[in-house]
Design a protein around this ligand. Structure first.
Ligand code: DGL
Length: 268
């Protein structure tokens, strides 16, 4: 089979999508990746559908101009609000993170109670409860918006008192629902997964979309005969503002040396 060397395009409002990039690299180590973090507009989670869709379309067009072979919307907020619009505008296949997370959680839950943690806009969109109901009508879903988590993570506060206080503030009251499965419905949250896990204890399963979407990416590329089968992988990272700051924080999430981050201003 001929090697398809076009990159996979991945985007998020900021650092969160790097948790997806990491899983994609594990499962598809040969693939070239172009990552875009919209640092000029983070957080997306408090913004309207119209605004998030404008940003998402602009980023997707930029990735398309770089001749990517597919796009992963590595952001729950943009997936919940803008997936359909991006799919309509872009010629290459586009995957979002909501369906993979919903599927995995529905399969994991035994007591049929799933708690969804996400941004205000993701929670308001009802995207997870709707998807979960389509998979299994008997599942009961509760949601909790955690608006401070994204700014805390973008600030590099991945541990310490402030982070733990915010986690307790949002999650202690949510324990009353007695879910056995909790969806980390924002791609930033896996960065503080260990600390979130402490609140719920070991009998609760924390689910994020990263592994699932990485698997779906591999299946899609295999089905379309678009896998890159030879040569070393290249990862290019772009940010819409403050690239040096983004580079330092990125290294804390993906590990290794501080990567080179190029600036690409959006047209908005
Ligand atoms: N990481 C994104 C998400 O999954 C965006 C968070 C934000 O910018 O508020 O929802």
């Amino acid at each position: 089979m001929k090697s398809d060397d076009r990159a996979i395009g991945i985007f998020d409002s900021g650092l969160g999508g790097l948790t997806i990039l990491k899983e994609v690299r594990k499962i598809l180590p040969k693939e070239n990746i172009i990552y875009f973090g919209d640092t000029a507009h983070v957080p997306y989670g408090s913004k309207s559908k119209e605004t998030v869709t404008t940003y998402s379309l602009d980023i997707a067009s930029f990735l398309e101009s770089k001749k990517v072979k597919m796009i992963l919307i590595a952001c729950n907020t943009a997936s919940a609000l803008s997936l359909e619009a991006v799919k309509k505008h872009i010629k290459v296949p586009v995957l979002g993170v909501i369906t993979p997370g919903a599927k995995r959680a529905a399969a994991a839950s035994k007591n049929k109670k799933i708690l969804v943690l996400g941004t205000e806009s993701t929670v308001k969109s009802q995207a997870y409860p709707k998807h979960i109901k389509q998979i299994d009508k008997t599942v009961d879903t509760a949601q909790r918006a955690c608006p401070l988590f994204v700014p805390i993570i973008e600030e590099g506060l991945l541990e310490g008192n402030i982070t733990d206080a915010a986690i307790r503030h949002y999650l202690e009251p949510a324990k009353i629902f007695k879910a056995d499965t909790v969806i980390l419905g924002c791609t930033h949250y896996p960065v503080i997964k260990k600390r979130i896990a402490r609140i719920f204890g070991k009998n609760v399963t924390l689910v994020d979309s990263a592994q699932e979407i990485a698997k779906e990416t591999k299946s899609l590329l295999t089905k379309n005969a678009c896998l890159k089968t030879s040569g070393k992988a290249k990862v290019h990272i772009y940010a819409s503002d403050s690239p040096d700051r983004f580079a330092k924080l990125s290294a804390r999430i993906i590990g290794g040396k501080i990567p080179k981050v190029r600036i690409k201003k959006l047209n908005i």
